[in-house]
Design a protein. Structure first.
Lengths: 305, 316
């Protein structure tokens, strides 16, 4: 099957389970390490479940890239970042920017899970007049720090945000997630140069290294390797981690700023479509919409986790 | 009119008003920062850099990064003035202007320096004749072209206080003082510089004083030309434009840009609201090699050229 086939099967509205999201909220203060990890794992499972149904209901979405980045998002929003729904205007809040804006459903579901967005809104994903556009917009959702979608925008914005923090002597951190294919856009390397030269050590660039882009493997398209060496050459402190290991991600994010005078670059090794058997590491699932049977199978696999 | 020969007016580089105003703004508000692409010199920001060195964010020759960083600085609570040669700012960072500034509705000021054909002999790669046409079609982006130093300063003060994205085009080609004493810039409003009932000359930026020259030439031939200065290209002052075509025979537009800038904007408005005869003065092709003064003559962006277009419109 080619990648372009069968992207948008006809959706029968009544056949779509109109699920709700059980909102777990941030990890409670004082939770033990095991409790933190268990909370994040369950949140990630619920976020994937809801994301799957949203994409199915909308008949549109980018489920492969959603599932590769959800563990990073959940770890950041439910524990690692210093930002809560009641301090969205706080100047010293940690910032998050999803540069790979096509993973919007993953962001929206995570924001709902963390209490930044009423979970009922998730039903409106990509519906007319919804605040949940196919790519996130800061003018539509208060918790969205930057409007993204075209690739190569989020990282320069994050550099500006981090620069402002440095000028203010703020301890706030700026996290930005880029795709790996996205790093083919030259604007990212302009921004990395700026970040390194200006020693923006409160900036954390997370690369969702799922090794796939829309049409093919990154390595077969315009390869990034040796990625860690390139990032180091641009002045980054490079950390490599499994992007699906909540415990490991917690340690990495807690350590930011990881090196004085050097921004942190996290290469998060992930699988597109993780952990669904028929989606995982499969280039066909960039923006394919699951059939009703595939939704059932995927839900069953998530249930068994 | 007086019959004595008036002394030649003093001409100004509007970049001087730009940097003076930015320093005043920065003194009063520590959120003001300048973002540049190795353009401190070409933006005449030297005195600003001396005073506020750490508030100059120089990303080097990297325009996409420059505008994105500007948006991020706005997210971080700063008021960024992103200043670069208009040709590179508008074309090289077009998607960042669209998405990071306009679609995002960030409070940031994009400052297009040395626009139009100011770079003369350096040629069309360095001219910015397209920027008005490109910028004016981006939703949510206010586009302003001051015509003299006073207006330049007022527009910058307004933009610093305006919670939204603004593109300001700063003239490098010297211009005289045009607006009367006590003038106050109002965003979205055209300025009636000369009343007239026969034909309207609507001009922006460096073409405004040339339209006034044209009105003098026309007066000598018994033609009573109205002169409208149009600093805000988007949103356009539709009331003033429509009143002008109701009250005169038609409009000649004039700009140091492709005629799809101010001219195109007025034509779109009139096509749907009040069709009227028009003539367009501005660049129509990539420029041949020549100095800026020679190029203005070449494209007829002169008092004589504008007056000739007005007579053509009137069938005289």
């Amino acid at each position: 099957m080619t990648v372009e086939e069968d992207l948008v099967p006809e959706v029968v509205p009544g056949a779509v389970p109109s699920d709700t999201l059980t909102v777990l909220g941030r990890v409670p203060e004082g939770a033990s390490r095991d409790e933190v990890v268990a909370h994040l794992a369950e949140a990630a499972r619920l976020v994937r479940r809801r994301d799957l149904q949203m994409v199915r209901a909308a008949g549109l979405g980018h489920i492969g890239g959603d599932f590769s980045v959800i563990d990073v998002l959940v770890t950041l929003y439910l524990h690692a970042m210093n930002v809560t729904p009641d301090q969205l205007d706080g100047p010293d809040r940690d910032r998050f920017i999803l540069s790979k804006g096509h993973a919007a459903a993953a962001l929206y579901t995570t924001l709902a899970m963390a209490g930044f967005l009423p979970q009922e809104q998730l039903r409106t994903f990509m519906q007319p007049e919804s605040m949940l556009n196919g790519h996130p917009a800061r003018t539509k959702i208060a918790a969205v720090e930057a409007s993204t979608g075209p690739l190569g925008h989020g990282l320069p914005i994050a550099v500006g945000t981090a620069f402002a923090g440095k000028l203010d002597g703020s301890r706030r951190r700026t996290f930005v997630v880029t795709g790996d294919g996205e790093l083919q856009e030259g604007s990212n390397w302009e921004a990395l140069m700026t970040a390194g030269n200006h020693k923006l050590d409160h900036l954390c660039v997370i690369i969702d290294r799922n090794r796939l882009q829309q049409g093919a493997r990154v390595a077969d398209t315009n390869d990034l390797e040796p990625l860690a060496d390139k990032l180091r050459a641009f002045g980054m402190e490079v950390v490599e981690v499994s992007g699906h290991d909540h415990s490991a991600l917690l340690d990495v994010f807690a350590a930011v700023p990881a090196a004085s005078g050097r921004p942190t670059a996290v290469i998060a090794r992930t699988m597109k479509g993780h952990p669904i058997s028929f989606m995982s590491d499969n280039v066909a699932w960039h923006h394919k919409v699951p059939s009703a049977d595939q939704v059932e199978q995927a839900l069953a696999e998530l249930e068994a986790k | 009119m007086s019959t004595t020969t008036a002394p030649a007016p003093t001409l100004h580089d509007c970049r001087d008003a730009w940097v003076t105003t930015l320093i005043e703004l920065a003194e009063a508000d520590d959120r003001i920062v300048a973002v540049v692409n190795d353009s401190v010199g070409s933006s005449k920001l030297g005195p600003f850099q001396e005073r506020f060195g750490e508030r100059v964010v120089n990303v080097g020759i990297a325009e996409q990064d420059m505008v994105g960083v500007g948006a991020g600085l706005a997210n971080g609570g700063k008021i960024p003035f992103v200043s670069a040669a208009a040709c590179f700012l508008s074309a090289r960072a077009m998607e960042q202007i669209k998405v990071d500034a306009a679609y995002s509705q960030h409070h940031m000021v994009l400052v297009g320096q040395s626009p139009g054909m100011a770079y003369g002999e350096l040629g069309p790669t360095h001219h910015s004749i397209e920027d008005l046409a490109w910028m004016r079609v981006i939703p949510g982006l206010t586009v302003v072209v001051p015509c003299d130093p006073t207006e330049t300063a007022q527009v910058l003060r307004w933009a610093a206080a305006h919670d939204g994205p603004v593109y300001v085009r700063i003239a490098r080609m010297p211009v005289p003082d045009v607006n009367p004493e006590g003038y106050e810039f109002v965003p979205g409003k055209a300025v009636l510089l000369r009343a007239g009932a026969d034909v309207t000359l609507a001009a922006t930026g460096t073409a405004v004083h040339r339209a006034l020259d044209a009105a003098e030439l026309l007066a000598a031939e018994g033609i009573d030309a109205r002169v409208l200065s149009v600093p805000t290209i988007s949103p356009l002052d539709s009331e003033a434009i429509i009143a002008a075509v109701r009250e005169t025979a038609g409009i000649v537009t004039a700009e140091e840009a492709l005629t799809s800038g101010l001219g195109g904007a007025i034509a779109e408005l009139l096509a749907t609201r009040h069709p009227a005869p028009m003539r367009f003065i501005g660049a129509t092709t990539f420029a041949p090699t020549g100095s800026v003064g020679w190029l203005m003559e070449h494209f007829g962006i002169t008092g004589t050229g504008i007056a000739a277009a007005a007579k053509d419109l009137l069938g005289r």
